[in-house]
Design a protein around this ligand. Sequence first.
Ligand SMILES: [Zn+2]
Length: 139
Amino acid sequence: MKFKEALEFWSVLIIKLFGMAALFGVVGYSFNQPILGMFVIGFIINFVLGVSVTYYFNYKHEKLVAEQNRAILDYQSKKTAKVQCAYCHAENIVPIDLSNTKFICPRCKKQNRLIAEFTAAQITVPQSTDDMIGRAVQN
Ligand SMILES: [Zn+2]
């Protein structure tokens, strides 16, 4: 699949490039310019333009992805939990980071272990109104 996509991408690119170059050649020829020279000029112009435009958009895309990743990390680092120290019972505000389950209490300097617990409320809804009517009739 990866190879097929790459093949498609490159064949479209080459067809476009040669198509534009041929167009340059034909237009140049109609203005009494040498067809091969115009073809070569068209090829070079489109190649340079294509490469720089692709490079520019890739650069912009990478920058955007990096910004989004930074924003996600920033958001995650702001999530905190209020926990009591197991030794001195001082309130601590600890960042929630599942890769780090330990924190040192700033008051007594002892290491605490965090046990993360997740609870969720489950709400169920009928899949369709027919189910609801069927159940109401049955009951
Ligand atoms: Zn403590």
